[in-house]
Ligand binder design. Structure first.
Ligand SMILES: [Zn+2]
Length: 481
């Protein structure tokens, strides 16, 4: 694991305690100008720098950051006078102390502090009858390295940190069987060759910086027939069968306020409040690990939101929004999952209002496909059925709370759901443009009820999807009688 700051690059050695991964506090703060005051007898430790202060407590999953309580993913531990903190919590302590942006990139195992520039690499694939093309596109020039070994081609990028929102894709046709991101120190991508593979041609391009791999195939059956032969049986997903990590995306933020109600409430504030409540309930009642794409009022672009979920290898992605309509009377909850065809014209307009609309899928044989389309194709397409099942359960639970069937489950091309490599839904909690619903949206009681309904929906989804590991939702999250 690496700690990267503008001026420092350090290796950190985490320790495991149960499921949690922890770091020694003294190791983390070395050289960062943070003072540590340990009260071993009292079971507390204080970190301070300038006017900022963070308090941690032995065996508690809590931190007081400048007086605000924050939930951590696992307890802080005091062992033989040494403080251990959960790895994913470290940026939430360092950020405020150093007045710097701080992040934990789980996939690359890098703690990022300050304005460190990180190249992004996207992967796209394209199949024709006798060529399988895999394109690696980078946001800046990076040292791609290609190595061919028996049955496999390895592509590495020798940089400390590379943003990759790609996990794996299986290909049909028998030339290339799969492309997988294995990560690690050199950000390894593995291309598994199929039985029809003949030879590889690699070309690097400059603008944009790209590595294009063309895998030539031996003559074989047409791709459609080959697809049927290769596709079944499908290999199981690489992830363990359990629901552990959820990423919640509070819609909008910063200068991007989202919709505004007639009483002046901003969508970006309401979404953050509901997201925080939902996080606390998911952690406390379902024991899940939960991350927010933003935990304060800041701009976060749409692609970064799904990239966060992909980096954390989240099992679910839930984007929270409030609806708006020119018709003041419009009311109710809507739950969406991704499609390129909107359920209706209204859904299409909404997807447009919530950010750039995703482009339609229309791959033309022989043409180089748009990278974004291919990414969509690989990431969310695999999970549509689960996304739909999650959306239905959430819709049913919210309907109970709201005392009406609501506006149902819909599909629309929401840009923020594109590229999520896990089941993903977008919830339009209520209409902020409706004066009555605006009041509801800003009320603590309604926010709590809606969050509890989402928790029940998620619990039911988990029960159906992972019957062995799932537990019943505890009494605390049942609907009020
Ligand atoms: Zn919105």
């Amino acid at each position: 694991m690496v700690l990267l700051t503008e001026g420092q690059r350090r290796e950190l050695l985490p320790v495991a305690r149960g499921d949690a991964e922890l770091l020694a506090l003294d190791q983390v703060v070395a050289g960062l100008g943070i003072s540590v005051t340990s009260d071993v007898a009292g079971g507390a430790v204080t970190l301070s720098r300038l006017k900022h202060e963070v308090n941690l407590y032995n065996r508690k999953s809590l931190a007081a950051v400048d007086g605000d309580l924050r939930l951590l993913s696992s307890p802080v531990l005091l062992e033989d006078g040494r403080w251990l903190v959960p790895v994913d919590a470290v940026p939430r302590l360092l950020g405020p102390l150093l007045d710097r942006r701080a992040e934990w990139r789980a996939a690359s195992r890098v703690l990022l502090v300050g304005n460190v520039k990180v190249p992004r690499v996207a992967v796209a694939t394209y199949l024709s009858a006798d060529v399988a093309r895999v394109v690696f596109e980078a946001s800046e020039k990076v040292p791609f390295r290609v190595e061919q070994e028996a049955g496999r081609v390895n592509v590495t990028v020798a940089r400390d940190l590379v943003d990759v929102s790609f996990q794996q894709q299986r290909l049909t046709g028998g030339i290339v069987d799969s492309v997988q991101f294995l990560g690690g120190k050199d950000s390894l991508f593995a291309v598994t060759l199929g039985r029809r593979f003949k030879e590889l041609k690699a070309v690097e391009q400059d603008s944009p910086p790209r590595l294009v791999l063309d895998f030539q195939g031996l003559p074989g059956p047409a791709p459609a027939e080959a697809a049927a032969a290769v596709d079944a049986p499908r290999a199981p997903a690489l992830t363990d069968a359990a629901l552990r990590t959820v990423v919640i995306d509070p819609g909008h933020g910063g200068a991007e306020t989202g919709a505004q109600g007639p009483g002046g409430a901003f969508e970006k504030d309401v979404t953050l409040q509901i997201a925080r409540k939902l996080r606390a309930m998911l952690v406390n009642s379902l024991g899940l690990q939960v991350f927010l794409t933003r935990d304060r009022d800041e701009d976060v672009d749409l692609d970064t939101r799904t990239a966060v979920a992909n980096n954390y290898k989240a099992d679910l992605f839930i984007s929270i929004h409030a609806n708006a309509s020119r018709a003041r009377a419009a009311a109710g909850t809507e739950v969406y999952f991704l499609s390129y065809q909107a359920s209706d014209e209204e859904s299409r307009r909404l997807a447009q209002a919530e950010g750039a609309i995703a482009p339609p899928v229309n791959p033309v044989a022989g043409a180089a496909p748009d990278l974004a389309l291919i990414l969509w194709d690989m990431a969310q397409a695999e999970h549509l059925e689960e996304s739909s099942s999650l959306a239905s359960r959430i819709q049913e639970e919210v309907a109970v709370v709201r005392g009406s069937e609501g506006r149902g489950v819909k599909q629309a091309p929401f840009r923020v759901l594109v590229g999520a490599a896990m089941p993903a839904v977008l919830v339009e909690v209520a209409f902020i443009s409706n004066p009555d619903e605006e009041k509801l949206l800003t009320s603590d009681a309604f926010q709590t009820k809606v969050a509890a309904a989402l928790v029940r929906g998620i619990a039911r989804y988990r029960q159906a999807r992972f019957p062995v590991t799932a537990e019943r939702p505890p009494a605390g999250v049942r609907p009020a009688p």
